[in-house]
Design a protein around this ligand. Structure first.
Ligand code: SF4
Ligand code: SF4
Length: 147
């Protein structure tokens, strides 16, 4: 889920660089879509004030204890600038959820979450790749004039 922006302007001809660009900071849809239930014994680091406890003893992120609920740790507006207030201490389920599948395609659950929140579900990788290449090109020129 939400990650920090990194390496946006890194010069790297490898297409895998697109994985380093942060789409999530302008999204946050998955934090407002799933019930975020986790095992408290494995997630003692999650701040207590963000934890919701069901009657059966299970726990979830507050706000995201119901489907389509917005996790209270998500700050900002879904689809715009947003971030996880407890990013370093978020539960393991959040750490495991990724925008990408192992084969580099987009996670279908990510697509569903985005669509549910009124965003375009499928991210246009080609457009991002091209815009990233433009950034790299401009930065290359800039660096060339530095030396
Ligand atoms: S729904 Fe997908 S793009 Fe949006 S924050 Fe979650 S993983 Fe990132
Ligand atoms: S803890 Fe953070 S990453 Fe997990 S659902 Fe809440 S806002 Fe999203």
């Amino acid at each position: 889920m939400i990650q920090s922006l990194k390496n946006l302007f890194q010069i790297n001809p490898d297409k895998s660089l697109i994985e380093d660009i942060d789409y999530c900071q302008n999204c946050g849809a998955c934090c407002s879509y799933f019930r975020v239930i986790f095992d408290l014994r494995k997630n003692m680091h999650v701040p207590h004030e963000y934890i919701f406890q069901y009657e059966n003893g299970e726990v979830a992120m507050k706000g995201a204890e119901i489907i389509f609920g917005k996790c209270e740790a998500l700050k900002g507006t879904v689809g715009h600038n947003c971030s996880c207030e407890i990013y370093e201490d978020r539960p393991d389920v959040c750490r495991k959820f990724s925008i990408w599948n192992q084969d580099g395609t987009q996670n279908s659950e990510c697509i569903k979450a985005r669509e549910h929140n009124g965003l375009v579900g499928k991210i246009d990788l080609n457009r991002i790749w091209q815009s990233n290449q433009s950034s790299n090109y401009l930065l290359s020129i800039f660096l060339l004039f530095q030396y």
